[in-house]
Design a protein around this ligand. Structure first.
Ligand SMILES: Cc1cc2nc3c(=O)[nH]c(=O)nc-3n(C[C@H](O)[C@H](O)[C@H](O)COP(=O)(O)O)c2cc1C
Length: 175
């Protein structure tokens, strides 16, 4: 896809068919995550976990629904592939959040390029951070917790065409 079309078509998808992405698609998304900028080039400070296990996805949903007020019963929207981006717990700093977000955005854009639906998820990992058991099940290295999750899959509905815009975010020009 032409780059600005990827940008235009990237939008949050909250309804998935449940059909699994292919290994090839997953591989490209993971490569995009690995190509993201990370502070000081410290790629060892971040970890990815690909979650395609139905039971674990259901546990993550239940944990978020029970521990965060106002969260729906299905905050993973029927996704069958969720990629957790984890960082060291004690690095709960702007750098760790920035690293996780750069990696997540690269994966969202790669998914869009493949014609997949995608979503940036913060509520589910925010709740999972406090569950030692869930962190263990995510196979995180010692001291790591999930910061962000990216969901990818086949969208239930076609995307509504969006227009590129320059007026969503307030901007000043200093020239
Ligand atoms: C930091 C951050 C946290 C987000 N957390 C969630 C979330 O937990 N659940 C969700 O459904 N969407 C989440 N989103 C998606 C936003 O709601 C969405 O990106 C925003 O409304 C703009 O819509 P668009 O992605 O379709 O352009 C999050 C996005 C960001 C950047």
């Amino acid at each position: 896809m032409e780059f600005m079309n990827v940008i235009k078509n990237r939008q949050s998808c909250r309804s998935f068919t449940g059909e699994m992405v292919t290994e090839k698609e997953l591989g490209q998304i993971i490569q995009a995550g690995n190509s993201a900028p990370v502070g000081s080039g410290s790629y060892g400070d971040v970890q990815l976990t690909v979650i395609q296990n139905k039971e674990l996805l259901a546990e993550l949903e239940e944990n978020a629904h029970k521990s965060l007020p106002g969260i729906s019963e299905h905050p993973l929207y029927g996704l069958s592939t969720v990629i957790a981006v984890s960082c060291k717990k004690e690095d709960n700093t702007s750098v760790a959040w920035a690293n996780a977000s750069c990696i997540a955005e690269n994966m969202l854009l790669a998914a869009t390029d493949l014609g997949l639906g995608s979503i940036y998820l913060m509520a589910v990992p925010a709740a999972a951070q406090y569950s030692h058991e869930l962190c263990r099940k995510l196979k995180l290295q010692d001291g790591f917790v999930p910061y962000v999750m990216v969901g990818v899959g086949r969208p239930q509905n076609e995307f509504e065409e969006r227009k590129l815009t320059a007026d969503r975010i307030n901007i000043e020009y200093i020239r």
